[in-house]
Design a protein around this ligand. Structure first.
Ligand SMILES: Cc1cc2nc3c(=O)[nH]c(=O)nc-3n(C[C@H](O)[C@H](O)[C@H](O)COP(=O)(O)OP(=O)(O)OC[C@H]3O[C@@H](n4cnc5c(N)ncnc54)[C@H](O)[C@@H]3O)c2cc1C
Length: 411
C-alpha cells in the first residue's frame, strides 16, 4: 500500500487519460484521497465513436461512458464534474476551482486533453461545426440530414470519419484539404492516396492542395452559406465542419510554470518539470524509449498506457513508457490500424496490393522496423506491432511478399 490516507492526489481532466490515471492509482495500491476533476458536465466517455457510429446511429451518451458511474465511488474516486480548474499554485500545492473552492494536493496529474481548432477568421454560425466533445457530436448528428450539402474542411482522421458518416446518412459531401495528401500529419503518402480513392469511390468530392479563402454568411449572419477556395472555386453548403485538428490544453500548466512545448513536457515516466506533477494523454509531449524525439500523440492506447505509467510514477515506482503506440480509424468498411510512428523513417515497403483494398505499409529507420500501417490487414498489424516492440530488423524483401506471413521473432 502506498500513500497515507490523509494524502490527496488531484487529477485535472476527466477524459480517457485522467480516468485511467485515477483508476490506475488504486491498482498501484495508493490508499489516499483521489479527486478527479472534469469541466464537462457528463461522466467520462469515449471520444472515438463520436466521429463514427455515434453519428450514424441513435447511440446514447450513456453507451459511451468509460465506466459505470458507480465504478468511481467503488474505487474511492471523488468525481467532480462540471468543474473547471482555474489555476495551480505549485509552491503552495493548491488548485483553485471555479466553484470558489481550493484543494491542497500532495501530487497532481494534468490530463487536460485538447480543444478543437477553430477556422481562422470564421465567425460563429449555427451550421459551422467542430467535433471534440459529446455536446459537439450531439449537435452535429442532429444536422446530418439526408440531401444536405456538407463541406468538411480538413482531411485528417476526424474530418474523414465525419465525411464517411455523412455519406452513410445520405448527405452530399465535399472534403477540402490544404495539403496535397489526406491525413498527411500522421500517415504515409501510400495511405493518403488510398483513402482519397476510397472516399472518391463513395461519391465524396475530395479536393486536396486547396484551402478555404473565405466563408460567406447568410443574411441573418447566423449561418454560413458557402466557401470560396484558394483556387477560386465556390462551394455552396448547408452544413460545414472544421476538422482541422486540436490544440493541447497547456495554458494552465504554462501559467503554473511547468515546461511546455506543443504539449506539457514529460519524461519517459510521464513526469513533468515538477517532480510532484505528471501529465498524460493528448496534453503531454512525451519522451518515449522507442521514438527518436519527444512526441505528442493523440490516441486512446497512448492515453491509457501513459496514464498507467504515470500512476506508477505518482506511487513512487519507476516504470518506463515503452509500449508501441497504436491508433485506429474506421471509414466506410475500411479499417486502418497504425502501430509506431512514421516520423523519421527512411524507407518503406508495401505489402499486398492496394487495388485489392487490403495491404500494409512497413516503415524502417535504418534496418529497424518502426511503423506499420495496415489497411484491412489485421494480421499484419498484430505481427508488425510485435516486431516493432522487439526492435526487429526483418528483411524488407521478404516482408514485401504478402504470401509469406510476417513472423514475430524473425528479424
Ligand atoms: C472525434 C474523435 C475521434 C477520435 N477517434 C479516435 C480513434 O478512432 N482512435 C484513437 O485511438 N483515438 C481517437 N481519438 C483520440 C482520442 O479520443 C484521444 O487521444 C483521447 O480521448 C485523449 O484523451 P485525454 O484524456 O488525453 O483528453 P480528452 O479526452 O480531451 O480529455 C481531457 C478532459 O479534460 C477536461 N479539461 C481540460 N481542462 C480542464 C480544466 N482546467 N479543468 C477541468 N477539466 C479540464 C476537458 O474538458 C476534457 O474533458 C479521437 C478523438 C476525437 C475527438
Amino acid at each position: 500500500m502506498t500513500g497515507q490516507r490523509s494524502e490527496l492526489i488531484v487529477v485535472i481532466g476527466a477524459g480517457q487519460a485522467g480516468t485511467e490515471l485515477a483508476l490506475g492509482l488504486r491498482r498501484e495500491g495508493y490508499a489516499g484521497r483521489i479527486v478527479l476533476i472534469g469541466q464537462e458536465p457528463i461522466a467520462p466517455y469515449q471520444r472515438p465513436p463520436l466521429s463514427k457510429a455515434f453519428l450514424t446511429s441513435p447511440q446514447t451518451e450513456e453507451s459511451l461512458w468509460l465506466r459505470a458511474p458507480g465504478a468511481y465511488d467503488k474505487a474511492g474516486i471523488e468525481l467532480r464534474l462540471a468543474t473547471r480548474v482555474l489555476s495551480v499554485d505549485r509552491a503552495a500545492h493548491v488548485v483553485d476551482l471555479d466553484d470558489g473552492t481550493q484543494l491542497r494536493y500532495d501530487k497532481l496529474g494534468f490530463a487536460t486533453g485538447g480543444t478543437a481548432r477553430q477556422l481562422p477568421g470564421a465567425r460563429r454560425a449555427r451550421n459551422l461545426h467542430s467535433l471534440r466533445t459529446m455536446a459537439d457530436a450531439v449537435a452535429l448528428r442532429s444536422r446530418l440530414v439526408q440531401g444536405r450539402r456538407l463541406i468538411v474542411i480538413g482531411g485528417g482522421f476526424v474530418g474523414l470519419e465525419i465525411a464517411a458518416a455523412a455519406v452513410a446518412r445520405g448527405l452530399s459531401v465535399t472534403v477540402v484539404e490544404s495539403q496535397p495528401l489526406l491525413m498527411s500529419r500522421v500517415t504515409s503518402p501510400f495511405i493518403g492516396r488510398h483513402m482519397k480513392e476510397v472516399h472518391t469511390a463513395h461519391g465524396v468530392d475530395v479536393r486536396t492542395g486547396v484551402g478555404v479563402a473565405e466563408l460567406t454568411y447568410g443574411p441573418d449572419g447566423q449561418t454560413v452559406d458557402a466557401a470560396t477556395l484558394t483556387d477560386g472555386s465556390h462551394l455552396a453548403a448547408d452544413e460545414m465542419v472544421a476538422g482541422i485538428g486540436m490544440n493541447a490544453n497547456v495554458t494552465l500548466a504554462a501559467e503554473a510554470g511547468l515546461a511546455v512545448a506543443d504539449g506539457i513536457t514529460v519524461d519517459v515516466h510521464a513526469r513533468t518539470s515538477d517532480p510532484d506533477i505528471v501529465a498524460v494523454g493528448d496534453c503531454a509531449t512525451a519522451a518515449h524509449v522507442l521514438l527518436p524525439r519527444p512526441v505528442r500523440l493523440e490516441s486512446v492506447h497512448h492515453a491509457t498506457e501513459q496514464a498507467r505509467v504515470a500512476a506508477a510514477t505518482l506511487c513512487g515506482k519507476s516504470r518506463l513508457y515503452a509500449a508501441v503506440p497504436w491508433f485506429w480509424s474506421d471509414q466506410y468498411g475500411t479499417s486502418l490500424r497504425i502501430a509506431g510512428v512514421i516520423d523519421g523513417c527512411d524507407s518503406s515497403v508495401v505489402r499486398g496490393d492496394p487495388a485489392c483494398g487490403s495491404f500494409s505499409v512497413l516503415h524502417f529507420r535504418g534496418d529497424t522496423l518502426v511503423a506499420v500501417e495496415a489497411v484491412n490487414a489485421a494480421a499484419d498489424f498484430i505481427a508488425g506491432r510485435r516486431l516493432i516492440q522487439q526492435g526487429a530488423a526483418p528483411d524488407p524483401d521478404s516482408v514485401a511478399d504478402s504470401k509469406v506471413p510476417l513472423i514475430v521473432g524473425s528479424g
